[in-house]
Design a protein around this ligand. Sequence first.
Ligand SMILES: [Zn+2]
Length: 224
Amino acid sequence: MNRSGIVALTLSVAALVVALFIVRPKTWPSTDEVSPANTSQAAPVPRSSFEAVATRVVDGDTVRLSDGRELRYIGIDCAEKGEPYAEEAKARNRTLVEGKHLRIETDEETTDRYGRVLGYAYVEGSKKSVNEMLVEDGLALYFLVPPNKALAAQLFAAQGRARERHRGTWSQKVPNVEPYYVGSSDRFHRPNCTHVKDIQHPTQFPTREAALDAGRSPCRTCKP
Ligand SMILES: [Zn+2]
């Protein structure tokens, strides 16, 4: 290697050392970056949001969006077509959202098996979700489907107010026709429901009211 070669090599090594010094410290987290302020931050719930116009109401808990998709409100369940309060729920949903700009917040699962978007809908300028308003009016039941539980507390409280005020479906007194009801972690059933045998840790409730008080929703199969 001649003299100029040695100079070039020396300069290259020097440049590399300088480069390592400049670059490496930047890749190491500073003490600030690992401080509790960053590590203790809870994950934001709900997880993400997007905006769309509700172009058409399908039923009490489903709307067609301007992006062509269908949105199913989560944490709640409205009566099916033909059942009591199904039409009232649809009409109320129409009044609340049709033609309006919505912000939709998603939970753990963003779509269901039918390809519908799962979310909580907020009409522009409102802090209360449409999901909660429908429950508060007694036109939707509090109805959790794990793992989507971001608004569980708000929705359960809204159902408590609706029951107390005999709103919508809660104006009807449903008799306790079974000797007891069987609860899973989220539902309650009639004792002879086909789903009862699959419940891992069943809870027994003397009345429907006791099951509802404990946050269980009526099974959609045996409709207790
Ligand atoms: Zn059942």
